[in-house]
Design a binder for this molecule. Structure first.
Ligand code: TNX
Length: 514
């Protein structure tokens, strides 16, 4: 783990703030527009309050989030007030222009006396707060008291996302991660304005979500993981806690139950799901593509119906991911047969299907979303799906897969689509990436993190940082803001904040770290 830096006593007469007050231009993802006024600065002081509109509980929630964020390092109370804003206050306002900011943008106005975040809803306020965190000295991220001054440069930032969907994925099936580890990752994602976390909840090696109607899925199917460790699973209560925590950080959980392949854990738990009626052993290796639900058995669809019903009930979000990847043990004909029965089940329970791009060949209805994970910029089935009206979520494996090694010496990770440097992860434009798929069909981007080789938070962080911020910027910032030489400079300046937060990261030689 990266050691937390020691607390430094400011020396008498030393002017340190000019060095460690970030520029308004140093934000990741790059904002839509930035105007910095030299000289003047806003100060967070002992009497700074956080002002919110009197009638918005959502804004008050954001204010409390900001307060919790800054109290430990500043040692200030940062009280939330709903009367009139005073001098030195941070002001949250719901008076943003819908035309300029949309549903999730914000405008930040900073002068000597006040820092105001304008938005049209709590989402924009939350993103403004994330930007504010990056505008303070890195020690503001400390979890113990530090010396200020706590200054923000004056000027104006106007900002809104390019794509609606900026997603990350965590594979909790190959290795299981506890609720606390998932929350840690959620906090890391939220800083970069990620708004979806896709959770890969089932695979050959483990079933990780409680299903009351099929209890052995977890008691047996969840009892191990890659390498033979003890695995684990989320109870419904724990999963609800993940959903709630994510939502308090503007992140929607998208649960994935992978089918018809990647199902050995389920097949091992219930013999009747197998065509030959015999349960295979649990699997702790890392091969893919060998398992399949039994397409011709009616009980398969009773199982899928029960699972989707229970998972849908645990999911406030609109989308339910049904996997569909690498079904190498299922014939093409069976795959289509299977999907044509499963897709209506998802819709019956009120959810919109999302699936890996193979499932496009099953002709999902036009509201369904298709997730592209290939390693080239052309795919006929994906282009046809887009032409039929399906939205496309981009996670090209050679660009956005956080589990790929950085170079051949990286000890963690796989390399079938890589290795992938930070520059390779950053240097593509999601809007123009896929042949015959117009930007208007792109829902956004996702950075998946598969966990065959990852067993703890340090390892998750090492693979995600710094490539996750790269994908986050591609999802948020407008095309004309995407610029590698600017990004690598801004990325280098994030490192002190990661160190304060105890985030492990890979010191890529492409980045001018200090
Ligand atoms: C392919 S990409 C998979 C996963 C593996 C991953 C490892 C995709 C949809 N499926 O089952 O974990 O490669 O990189």
């Amino acid at each position: 783990s990266v050691a937390a830096p020691q607390q430094h006593e400011p020396q008498a007469g030393q002017q340190r703030d000019s060095d460690d007050t970030p520029s308004l231009h140093d934000v990741i993802p790059a904002p839509t527009s930035v105007r910095e006024e030299p000289g003047e600065k806003f100060h967070i002081k002992w009497n700074t309050g956080i002002h919110t509109p009197p009638d918005s509980s959502e804004a008050v929630e954001v204010a409390h989030y900001l307060q919790r964020q800054l109290r430990p390092s500043t040692g200030y109370g940062l009280l939330v007030n709903r009367d009139s804003p005073g001098r030195n206050d941070i002001v949250l306002r719901l008076d943003g222009s819908r035309e300029r900011l949309g549903e999730s943008g914000y405008r930040m106005d900073v002068d000597q006396d006040r820092l105001t975040i304008h938005a049209t809803g709590s989402e924009g306020l939350f993103y403004g707060v994330q930007t504010l965190r990056q505008l303070l000295p890195a020690k503001a991220e400390s979890d113990f008291p530090r010396h200020g001054p706590w200054k923000v440069r004056a000027g104006e930032i106007v900002d809104k996302p390019r794509f609606e969907r900026r997603s990350a994925m965590l594979d909790v099936a190959r290795h299981f991660f506890e609720v606390g580890q998932v929350k840690t990752y959620i906090d890391q994602l939220a800083q970069y304005k990620i708004n979806y976390l896709h959770m890969h909840l089932s695979d050959d090696q483990g079933w990780r979500i409680q299903i009351d109607s099929w209890p052995r899925l977890t008691t047996h199917g969840g009892s191990t993981e890659v390498g033979g460790g003890e695995g684990g699973y989320y109870t419904k209560r724990e999963f609800a806690e993940i959903v709630r925590y994510a939502s308090s950080r503007n992140i929607t959980i998208v649960p994935e139950i992978d089918m018809p392949g990647h199902t050995n854990a389920a097949l091992a738990s219930y013999a009747e799901l197998n065509c030959d009626g015999e349960a295979p052993d649990l699997y702790t290796g890392i091969k893919v593509g060998f398992s399949s639900l039994c397409i011709d058995k009616e009980i398969t669809y009773e199982f899928v119906d029960d699972v989707i019903r229970e998972v849908a009930a645990m999911t406030p979000g609109q989308y339910l991911h049904i996997g569909g990847d690498e079904a190498h043990a299922t014939t093409d004909e069976d795959y289509r047969k299977f999907m044509s029965r499963v897709l209506p089940i998802v819709e019956k329970y009120g959810k919109t299907p999302l699936g890996w791009h193979e499932y496009a060949k099953a002709n999902p209805s036009e509201s369904a979303m298709v997730q592209y994970w290939g390693t080239t910029n052309s795919n006929a089935e994906v282009a046809e799906a887009a032409a039929r009206g399906n939205e496309i979520l981009l996670s090209p494996a050679h660009k956005s897969y956080l589990d790929q090694k950085y170079n051949e010496d990286t000890e963690l990770g796989l390399d079938w689509a890589g290795p992938t440097t930070v520059r390779e992860a950053y240097d593509w434009d999601p809007g123009g990436f896929m042949k015959s798929v117009p930007e208007s069909s792109i829902a956004g981007v996702e950075a998946p993190l598969w966990s065959e080789t990852l067993t703890n938070s340090d390892e998750i962080e090492f693979m995600a940082f710094p490539r996750l911020p790269a994908i986050a910027e591609l999802g948020w910032s407008s095309a004309d803001e995407l610029d590698w030489s600017s990004f690598r400079q801004r990325l280098a300046k994030q490192a002190p904040s990661w160190e304060e937060q105890g985030i492990d990261y890979y010191r890529s030689e492409q980045i001018p770290w200090s």
